[in-house]
Design a protein around this ligand. Sequence first.
Ligand SMILES: Nc1ncnc2c1ncn2[C@@H]1O[C@H](COP(=O)(O)OP(=O)(O)OP(=O)(O)O)[C@@H](O)[C@H]1O
Ligand SMILES: Nc1ncnc2c1ncn2[C@@H]1O[C@H](COP(=O)(O)OP(=O)(O)OP(=O)(O)O)[C@@H](O)[C@H]1O
Ligand SMILES: [Mg+2]
Ligand SMILES: [Mg+2]
Lengths: 256, 256
Amino acid sequence: MTRILAITNQKGGVGKTTTCINLCAALALARRRVLLVDLDPQGNATMGCGIDKHGLERSVCDLLLGEAPPQACIQPAPVAGIDVLPANADLTAAEVALMHQPGRERRLQQALQTVAPDYDYVLVDCPPSLNMLTINALVAAAGVLIPVQCEYYALEGLTALLETVRQIRETINPGLEIDGLVRTMFDARNRLAGQVSEQLLAHFGDRVYRTIVPRNVRLAEAPSHGMPILAYDKGSRGAIAYLALAGELLRRDEAR
Amino acid sequence: MTRILAITNQKGGVGKTTTCINLCAALALARRRVLLVDLDPQGNATMGCGIDKHGLERSVCDLLLGEAPPQACIQPAPVAGIDVLPANADLTAAEVALMHQPGRERRLQQALQTVAPDYDYVLVDCPPSLNMLTINALVAAAGVLIPVQCEYYALEGLTALLETVRQIRETINPGLEIDGLVRTMFDARNRLAGQVSEQLLAHFGDRVYRTIVPRNVRLAEAPSHGMPILAYDKGSRGAIAYLALAGELLRRDEAR
Ligand SMILES: Nc1ncnc2c1ncn2[C@@H]1O[C@H](COP(=O)(O)OP(=O)(O)OP(=O)(O)O)[C@@H](O)[C@H]1O
Ligand SMILES: Nc1ncnc2c1ncn2[C@@H]1O[C@H](COP(=O)(O)OP(=O)(O)OP(=O)(O)O)[C@@H](O)[C@H]1O
Ligand SMILES: [Mg+2]
Ligand SMILES: [Mg+2]
């Protein structure tokens, strides 16, 4: 049974793309069949996987607007061992075009129906916004994985995100649940991170993944080489953290 | 003559809000009259200035939809010595509503016309997206100040931003120019930051501000106390950097 996860948080720069790429690569290492869907017009997940967003013949934009089937858009990532449904800036125009179409919230859900069974996991990288693209991801997904930088603005923004998830569950996607919160870019030396982390555990309890992703510059270097951390520097603290996160995710799913 | 600046970069988490709040506060310390406009539905600049976004009677959303004049929306920040046009999540609905209105790109420009003359500087904090809200800021502004985190995705995204600025200048706002790029969250210990910084200087030359804002945890702590860094810890490296940035901005404007 394919599990579709939306990697989302409207707060910018909290590690959504980094988590999406590296979790996908770690799940592939655990012999799962994985599709990464890039739903951000920035196309960061596309570039971070080594696919040139400027050279795409087909992208997720074509898929959402019904102009091409998923098989025509999906391509293998050169190194990561995963498939990618790539994105580019055309997605900005798609977002506006979607506004006027019937069933606009369900476009991604419908488009993925034929290909999802080919994969064990489909992870969707969302833009930093609660817009029609993120809503499409929340409608298509069974679970929401929320990367959280342990700082004030990221914590403060969770209420709005959880409210949006609740609304989607009550209206369009009753199966949507919070898969978990992941603490990212964690700097154990600073007191603020520890305080915010405690607040997360107090509020969300078991829904907070035990694995904490530390701040590790190798994670910021890897995308400029177009590869996940596991290919760029598999002994780094960042690589170890994402392998541990994949392990924890798989254990949770088996216990489900 | 009032100078209106849009603080923008569609890459998330690069220090737009932190730069907007602290640059405003530093300009106020230099006895300039300053208005901060929060144009992000996250309302981070509003909260970071000590104004509760959940308790607003009027917000920038009312202004954009023509439901209230600016004087009814603007309130003084408790500590920073600036005025604030606050935002909350209603702004997400305003963005969708704006799509269907004539002259939608000029709403902010028109709304600010009556109040802008009361200020020396108006700084607009933008959301992490090239959407109708950011376009409104680019149409209202004379200059674009671009915070750049010295990492791969932030550098890679500049092309799309500069292209959008060029399009706005050629169609709706011929006076729009790049005020400058500011290197933020700079960690001198890591090689990547140095490499990206060199690429910025090579591409943009004098348009890169000489002042570099270092990574400094006090900047991340200040917003949870609802105050700018100059009130929270005026001796910190973050406070010194934003004072220097304000000084550089004022010198550039006098030479204009
Ligand atoms: N654990 C980490 N340690 C160090 N750097 C990191 C880490 N995780 C991510 N980064 C870097 O921090 C920046 C922000 O991360 P990323 O782009 O993944 O966040 P995002 O939430 O996807 O941003 P956006 O909101 O723009 O989509 C990137 O430059 C990335 O390389
Ligand atoms: N120089 C700095 N040193 C340390 N932390 C910083 C610095 N500048 C900003 N921060 C922190 O980094 C995070 C991101 O900064 P900020 O929210 O200002 O970026 P942004 O570009 O406005 O994000 P968004 O794209 O969500 O609007 C915040 O938690 C902020 O407190
Ligand atoms: Mg991203
Ligand atoms: Mg911001």
